[in-house]
Write a protein that binds this ligand. Sequence first.
Ligand code: HEC
Length: 184
Amino acid sequence: MATDDDRLLDHEYDGIREYDNPLPTWWKLLFYATILLVPLYYWDPFGIGVGPGSTKAYDAEVAQFAAEHPTTTGPTLSDEQFAALATDSRALADGKAVYTANCAVCHRADGGGQIGPNLTDDAWIHGATPAAIHTTISEGVLAKGMPNWGKLLAPEKVDAVTAYVISLKGSNPPNPKAPEGVTP
Ligand code: HEC
């Protein structure tokens, strides 16, 4: 069907001539619209077609990661679990290794206290419960020079050294530092 737009092109091959027969505008607009939709399908933020969409898929991945990697601040074990750990010889051996390497410089190898307070007596500045001791070790008391070990050690090492500190109580080392804090 020839319209006004049609233009007989001026080449000829073997007697064959050609019309320049442009596509209708509505057809071209539809074609361009599909091109504009490509990013939507490619990155799929809203979940067009198969799957939850990139936004929901991302949120799900973040939630799964958070579930698999709980934050290390705050006690990871209950008081009973810490008490059990404080009598577990393997955990205590791990805890003692962590303690000797990281804590003895300030609290003395036997926990009797030096720069840091005595860890073997009944008095506590920051709380005597296993959860409180764990929190002090994990978050530190930066203003007083006690490092935040939760940022420096793996969570299971913080747990083990917490159990070791709990086990030091009542060990009566010679020449202890005077009690600091309150006795519960
Ligand atoms: C650079 C010195 C230093 C090191 C190393 C250090 N501490 Fe301390 N720690 C301190 C100081 C100082 C305090 C007292 C903070 C205060 O006065 O509030 C303290 C307090 C504590 C307390 C709280 C005592 C209480 O009475 O409430 C615990 C528990 C403790 N440290 C455990 C540890 C453990 C476990 C480690 C090793 C992983 C460690 N510390 C390493 C300096 C240190």
